[in-house]
Design a binder for this molecule. Structure first.
Ligand code: ADP
Length: 408
């Protein structure tokens, strides 16, 4: 023990100039020497630790572990000096625990075995660690928050961009519609003035001539001109009917009436009317074996659609050509085909053929409004049906209308 006496200059010199705490413990686990730093570290007065059991500096929970450690240290070959790094806690006099790093170095002196313990206080480092950990946690939290805010902002911006794009599209659509409407209006006005002017001047001429033929033997000529007047008035009437039809369709005011009717009656009426306007040498072939067929559909619309298609077939075919009118029926639907050998529709115009006021480039010298097919399509579709066509310029066209038959 005396070798570690505090009065020993060498020990004091060595131990007091070192920043770590030093404890020397004998094989009885008693402290035989300590420096000022270890006393400060554990909260003891000068020399207060001397002769104490080392256990007073070890927290209860670690005593078992420490015992094993001490046994292993003493059992090591004494000749070999070894430092062992350990992270553990020490027990302060006031009961608090101090994080420590400890280096153990067993040695032998005058036949006695000791362990020199170098003790480093890790409180500051632990505190810094904790601070860093705390700062990191706060930083991560902030980053998470900012990232979330950024995500929210990006999402908000995306929504805003989408909203603006939609608004822009809407405005573009409205503008486009406005342009189309204007276009239609112009087309409509030029078409109306043209379509009304021709029959009206025809009527005027015929009426003037009728007035001139006043002798009895000119009756035949008078009748011819009166017929012209009647035909032109009919045409004007048909155009006006189409216009009114458009208005009703657009305002959704069209009323459909499904009822049973005789197919042959309607076909005969339609053919009768069409025959009146046939060109020289034109002929319509139509089914003769449909007398007993009763169908349930809107009779007025069926007649209107067939009349329209037949009149077009006549109008857009030359003299001496034939027009075939066919009817196919199944349990659930009826299909009409109107086949002509006429001028056909140029390929490039076909996609517009059902557009209102549209007229193909090869018919511009023939009278027409470009309304008929548009109206027929709307009616047929309103009734759950379908209209289609196939056409080749200078060869002819086939227009087909399919209508559902819900009731026998
Ligand atoms: P319109 O005959 O009064 O011009 P429609 O709406 O009935 O109007 O027809 C639109 C256009 O479709 C016609 O102008 C014409 O170019 C084309 N078309 C319709 N039917 C035929 C047909 N049978 N043969 C050739 N072209 C046709």
């Amino acid at each position: 023990m005396r070798v570690f006496d505090k009065n020993s200059n060498i020990f004091r010199l060595l131990s007091e100039s070192i920043l770590q705490g030093i404890l020397v413990v004998n094989d009885q686990q008693e402290i035989v020497a300590s420096n000022q730093r270890s006393e400060e570290l554990f909260g003891y007065a000068k020399d207060e630790l001397l002769g104490q059991k080392l256990a007073i500096l070890i927290p209860n929970a670690q005593r078992g572990k420490h015992k094993k450690l001490a046994e292993s240290v003493y059992s090591e070959d004494i000749g070999v000096r070894k430092m062992k790094g350990r992270n553990l806690s020490g027990l302060h006099k006031n009961g608090s625990q101090i994080p420590l790093q400890v280096g153990l170095s067993p040695f032998s002196l005058y036949g006695n075995r000791y362990v020199l313990t170098l003790i480093e206080d890790l409180s500051k480092i632990k505190e810094k660690d904790n601070q860093i950990y705390e700062l990191n946690t706060q930083l991560e939290k902030k980053i998470r928050l900012r990232t979330q805010e950024l995500r929210d902002t990006v999402a908000k911006l995306k929504r805003e961009v989408k909203r603006r794009k939609e608004a822009e599209d809407k405005i573009k659509d409205a503008l486009q519609r406005e342009r189309e409407l204007n276009d239609l209006k112009t087309k409509f006005l030029s078409m109306v003035s043209h379509e009304f002017k021709t029959p009206l001047s025809g009527i005027l001429t015929a009426a003037t001539l009728v007035g001139k033929y006043n002798t009895e033997n000119q009756q035949e000529k008078r009748e011819k001109h009166l017929k012209t007047i009647i035909a032109e008035v009919r045409r004007l009437n048909a155009i006006l009917t189409d216009f009114l039809s458009i208005e009703r369709l657009e305002q959704g005011k069209e009323v459909y009436r499904l009822a049973d009717f005789s197919l042959s009656k309607v076909v005969n009426e339609v053919i009768y009317d069409a025959n009146m306007i046939l060109k020289d040498g034109q002929k319509i072939n139509y089914p003769q074996n449909i007398d007993d067929i009763i169908i349930n559909q809107d009779e007025r619309i069926v007649a209107l659609a067939l009349t329209n298609l037949l009149h077009n077939a006549i109008k857009y075919s030359r003299e001496d050509t034939e027009i075939d009118f066919r009817v196919d029926m199944t349990k659930n639907k009826i299909t009409f085909h109107i086949i002509d050998q006429g001028i056909g529709i140029p390929q490039g115009d076909q996609k517009h053929i059902f557009d209102r006021y549209f007229r193909a480039e090869n018919v511009l010298l023939t009278q027409g409004t470009g309304i008929g097919l548009n109206i027929v399509k709307a009616h047929v579709e309103n009734l759950g049906g379908h209209i289609s066509f196939k056409s080749k310029e200078d060869h002819g066209s086939v227009f087909s209308i399919e209508l559902p038959l819900t009731k026998k």
